[in-house]
Design a protein around this ligand. Sequence first.
Ligand code: ZN
Length: 267
Amino acid sequence: MAARSGCLPCGGDESGLTPVSRPIPKGVTPATQVICGLCQHSALRELGRLPALPSASVLLCEACQFAVLDPLPGGEELAAYYASDYAKEFGATDPYNPKFIAAKRSKAINRMQFLNEQFLGIGGGLLEVGCAEGEFIGLACEKGFECVGIEPDAVLAARAVSSSGCHVAAAMFPCPLPIDTFDVVASFHVIEHVPDPCAFLRTCASYLHPGGVLYIATPDLENTKYEVTHHVFRPCHLTYFSAAALRCAMLASGCREAVAIRTDVCG
Ligand SMILES: [Zn+2]
């Protein structure tokens, strides 16, 4: 990938950075010397301390509306969070509860509908990175895709295999898969959990054949109104994107075109 010069959002040089598109809330203080990992802009602002992890600040890049935890939680901190608060919130859900199944199915239908609306006639091979219980790949199979899933949680991966009938690798990402293989690589609400989102996107894209579609969903930073008390701000979410920032990240990661659509915060 060619080296970037200047700001991705506005395409200008350092002196021509796009002004802040949204006023920074009162009381926000400038951060220390930190550079945006997405557009290299140096004027990051501290939105506040993470309520569930006061040792970490949320830093917002004024130029591209990308935010990151600083410092990133360590492996032990994250492991403790995933084993306690995260497990209580997400891991304790009864996977056989009809309401839970209906909600997962509804979300998968919406995501598939969106894919079909954006890319008429799309089909072929589909990889989902972080497929959880396999609802989306199961639906994609019904629609004629040949699906593969990756899911690091062995219990969820086993459920995905039994519910979808697809091949699911119970593995951390990235895991060995043939590159240039898939027509669609999808990943829903995973990118915010990884420390290097551009590396994540590049690896996801490497599994696509030329012209394939990288389909990413992540919470919309703008829907939080930049208030760190919003439930989206949590220790396992290492980075946060506005629609424009996600578009920048995708272009910076080698995608030829990027369309970013805002939906609800968890769409
Ligand atoms: Zn930036």
